[in-house]
Design a binder for this molecule. Sequence first.
Ligand SMILES: NC(=O)c1ccc[n+]([C@@H]2O[C@H](COP(=O)([O-])OP(=O)(O)OC[C@H]3O[C@@H](n4cnc5c(N)ncnc54)[C@H](OP(=O)(O)O)[C@@H]3O)[C@@H](O)[C@H]2O)c1
Length: 259
Amino acid sequence: MRVLVTGASGRLGRAVLPRLAEEGVTVRAMSRHPRHDDRAEWVAADLATGEGLAEAVTGVDAVLHLASAPQRGTHEVDVLGTRRLVVAAGHAGVRHLVYVSIVGIDRVSFGYYRHKLAAEEVVKAGPVPWSILRATQFPEFLEELLDRSSRLGPVVGDRAVLAQPVDPVEVAARLAAMLTAGPSYAIEEYGGPQVLRFDEAVRAWRAARHSRRPLLPVRIPGRVGRALRAGGLTTTATPTGARTWADHLADTYGGTGRK
Ligand SMILES: NC(=O)c1ccc[n+]([C@@H]2O[C@H](COP(=O)([O-])OP(=O)(O)OC[C@H]3O[C@@H](n4cnc5c(N)ncnc54)[C@H](OP(=O)(O)O)[C@@H]3O)[C@@H](O)[C@H]2O)c1
């Protein structure tokens, strides 16, 4: 099978490439910038302009669509860019498109999530047979959040918010299985093995970093706060990944050698 992977240079993409190679999949990896490595044929294309997309999708059996722009230009890249990709893939006769989305986009009303939801609709309405995987947060993302929220000293956050970090390597394995299985025309959810409260996650993070930063509790107001505390970003779907937040912290700070 020949698969185009969009967002191949990103966090999930870097986990997906070796996994697909192990499965014997021929990978065409997409980035906006020219890149080279031995594991994949890299192509340059931009979802925001459509440049390079027709060439990128030519001759592939499936597309694994990971690319996203959460910070800037989200509508242009995630919604309109997904539409450009789906249309190009339809013209090229691609037989399966797997889209990676996020658990909770239908429950928590963040601007980025509204764009992801719209992108899902584009995939579902498009001409290419599809499958969607909604994953929970990657532990690296949770760490970035903790870093950002502790810039002024204490870790500022709502201690009752629930998270369910999942290892991108395990998400990559799930995606590889979905590619092999073929289009499901369904949205599947995939989360980590544990649901953690924000204060539990902070305690473990502080201990792993030998940090004494206090937690400064704030209550996220309104509907978004209620949804986050009610587990809007978590899932009861099974199977789950096996690697825990503690495993991630041990790999990162405990010298297990995995990172
Ligand atoms: N992070 C999380 O915790 C999390 C959890 C669940 C699901 N997800 C979803 O998983 C997917 C991958 O997330 P990630 O954390 O791996 O993302 P990431 O590290 O931020 O990587 C984003 C990728 O998107 C590509 N990209 C951005 N703008 C583009 C454009 N205009 N045209 C083409 N490519 C573009 C970038 O490629 P170049 O810079 O090389 O062009 C980059 O490889 C996303 O769809 C995200 O919503 C993420």
